[in-house]
Design a protein around this ligand. Structure first.
Ligand SMILES: Nc1nc2c(ncn2[C@@H]2O[C@H](COP(=O)(O)OP(=O)(O)OP(=O)(O)O)[C@@H](O)[C@H]2O)c(=O)[nH]1
Ligand SMILES: [Mg+2]
Length: 218
């Protein structure tokens, strides 16, 4: 999929503030500092689109972007940031979980996991919660440039095994590096495959149906 246009369409810290969900939506979620905003910049090809920081907890609001006027991408605030107060954490959890559970157009949640780490309780817990809510999600292993291929595969396999032991089967699994530009084509192809058929195609089938109708009555 070629990214032609990207525009911010809003940000929110409550369900009421979210823009109307008029398009198929794809959300990026994961632990604070896992690389959500960096990956979104890689996908959109706009380096300054989502704010990146070396300090965790940078993204505090839910940020919505419209892509090619066809689909919406959502950058969610990270969970598990230790320096955020308990009450603020609860508020994050409230609006992120309310958002995830109520958007009808939400096609896929990308749960980002740091490929450098062994399976983390927080990530497994979040995957478990998504599974319990019956929400479709895929795993995206981030920062793959930081480790060797064998360590990467080892950590990835370990994470998927832990999920399997919990009876959880994600829709798909991706490996990405925002730094090395890896995983972009795969993710965009996956998203593209979930979008409705193009208007052009729909027009073609309408024409054919009209012709068939005429043919049938003569
Ligand atoms: N080496 C490497 N560093 C990365 C990669 N992706 C992100 N980073 C770094 O990780 C840090 C956090 O990246 P962000 O994209 O801000 O992470 P985030 O998940 O949006 O963080 P919050 O908004 O705090 O939840 C930054 O210092 C990035 O430069 C990657 O693929 N490789
Ligand atoms: Mg961020």
């Amino acid at each position: 999929m070629k990214i032609e246009t990207v525009r911010p369409i809003g940000s929110a810290t409550s369900l009421d503030e979210c823009p109307a969900g008029e398009r198929p939506e794809f959300a990026f979620v994961g632990r604070s500092n896992v690389g959500k905003s960096s990956l979104i910049n890689l996908l959109t090809g706009r380096s300054g689109m989502a704010h990146i920081s070396s300090k965790p907890g940078k993204t505090r609001r839910m940020h919505f972007y419209r892509i090619n006027e066809i689909w919406d991408l959502v950058d969610l605030p990270g969970y598990g940031y230790a320096r955020v107060s308990k009450s603020e954490k609860m508020r994050f959890n409230e609006y992120v979980s309310a958002y995830l559970q109520s958007r009808v157009g939400l096609k896929q949640i990308f749960l980002l996991v740091d490929s450098q780490l062994p399976p983390q309780e927080g990530d497994l817990g979040f995957a478990h919660w998504l599974d319990q809510c019956d929400l479709p999600f895929s795993i995206v292993l981030t920062k793959s440039d930081k480790l060797s291929g064998s360590r990467l595969e080892g950590n990835a396999a370990l994470f998927m095994r832990e999920l399997a032991e919990l009876g959880i089967e994600p829709v798909s699994r991706f490996v990405c590096s925002a730094k090395a530009g890896l995983g972009r084509a795969e993710l965009l192809a996956f998203i593209g495959g979930m979008l409705p058929a193009k208007t052009k195609k729909r027009k073609a089938s309408t024409v054919q149906l009209g012709w068939m109708k005429r043919g049938g009555s003569s």
